[in-house]
Design a protein around this ligand. Sequence first.
Ligand code: SF4
Length: 89
Amino acid sequence: MTYVITEACADSKDAACWEACPADAIHPGPQEASFREHAQLYIDPAACIDCSACEPVCPVEAIYPEEDVPEASQDSIAANRDFFATRTA
Ligand code: SF4
């Protein structure tokens, strides 16, 4: 199981989740060169330790446990996974 950032993040890109994550599982962070290139932040399913620290700090409620992702946002599960499949840095 992992947590997933849905497309609602794109309205905000607040990055409070990035600050809260103890596992460095959320990218791109505001310190990363590619932060402005991407519409939202994503969670690396291979790095997430399922601690839930990110979920309550998101100001737009964009983060869900994978099994609770709303039907309309199911594409976000693959979007998070695929972001890290192609990421080089
Ligand atoms: Fe990071 Fe925990 Fe959120 Fe996973 S659940 S992305 S480890 S803060």
